[in-house]
Ligand binder design. Sequence first.
Ligand code: NAD
Ligand code: DAU
Length: 413
Amino acid sequence: MEICYPYIVDHTEPGTIPYQFEYGLMKTRNILVTGGAGFIGSHVVRLLVNKYPGYRIINLDKLTYAGNLENLRDIEDKPNYVFVKADICDFATVLKIMQDYDVDGVIHLAAESHVDRSIVDPFTFARTNVLGTLSLLQAAKACWLDNHSVISSEVEKSSSSYRRFYHISTDEVYGALEMTHPEGIKPPFTTKASSGEHHLAYGEEFFTEDMKYQPHSPYSAAKASSDHFVRAFHDTYGLPTVITNCSNNYGPYQFPEKLIPLFINNIRNRKPLPVYGKGENVRDWLYVEDHARAIDLIFHEGKDGETYNIGGFNEWKNIDVIKALIRITDRLLGRREGEDDNLITFVTDRAGHDLRYAIDSRKLQRELGWEPSLQFEEGLEKTVRWYLDNEPWMRRVTSGEYEKYYEKMYGNR
Ligand code: NAD
Ligand code: DAU
């Protein structure tokens, strides 16, 4: 384990006040967030650190190419924030961190997350996403269940079941939905996130929590496997777990290997926009802060052993998102809207490219009252503005290794 100074800002020793005292039946929390230096993780860490000054938030991250402590500059000096550089696959280290910090909640986001990379290097995905999750589950079991009377204690059982292993998963585990209505039909439900421009569904079926798992890519196969391990630890050992499966996120701090930040950067620099296939594939987009708010809610209020889908009923064909991105970026850069449409370049499709994702998140809305807060076109504009305003961030993450990655992925496409 490498504890990183100056990034570690831990004003208390593990096991001392204020993090160990109890008020009423509720303990204050020591929450381990894995992958907190990544895209979604950094939004989750920021939300928890700011919202719960009485909690200690321990961010465990290996800092792979996707992890960036710059994503957390604004909160790194907060007294309730700790950063530990470690690999989730290193069981001994994970166990020690959980013991040292008396961790009572895990929010597990660390993963290899990019489908295209998983097609090139599936082993890394199996190692991190499957074995890494297993290592965390084993550590949580050792700390919370093995040789403890915790679960049999009525008081602790009733104290809002404060021990919780929360696994963040993806809608991709359900496979791909058919596009029965390429022209679009009225969706069964609307949320604040739904597009104002063209609120359509492209098929009648949606991903629901009880749907069969049918992953297609090595990435989604590894995530599916990790979900199964989480359920197995709940069913076999009684580990208090919860799983969520979310749709595509967008927003600030996303690594520009993913569609939206990659395309914004290319439009800005007038580089070709590599659209896979015909650009007809459909994704269901959700603003990242709305995902982080859902995670906070489910971590505190979700039911043990449950699965919740998270999405905004906001389906878009890739080509329509890309045209919207070009319009917004051109406008914000003072160019004529649509001036950069000629950058669109249709390239060889992604192998096994899932056609349509569409999440039904009504269970979460019904049972826990979650609602997205940001409408898609507003969110897209906010996102483009953030990347244009944060050019130094983009420049830093696209130098060096990124150039090699780009050449390898797109050079001969
Ligand atoms: P990301 O790639 O931006 O970040 C992943 C983070 O995990 C990085 O900080 C990286 O350094 C860290 N990490 C990787 N391997 C590690 C290891 N072995 N040990 C410790 N840390 C390690 O990913 P993201 O897009 O923020 O996704 C976070 C989670 O949410 C993932 O589990 C992903 O499957 C899931 N998810 C993502 C989306 C999306 O649209 N991005 C949607 C649904 C679910
Ligand atoms: O659905 C949730 C998933 O969303 C998450 O679990 C993944 O971690 C996340 O990466 C995302 O997966 P996608 O494969 O859908 O995201 P990506 O941004 O890579 O691609 C979005 C769509 O755009 C997809 O249909 C492929 C297409 N695309 C992508 C890239 C990078 C292109 O046409 N060109 C590109 O260069």
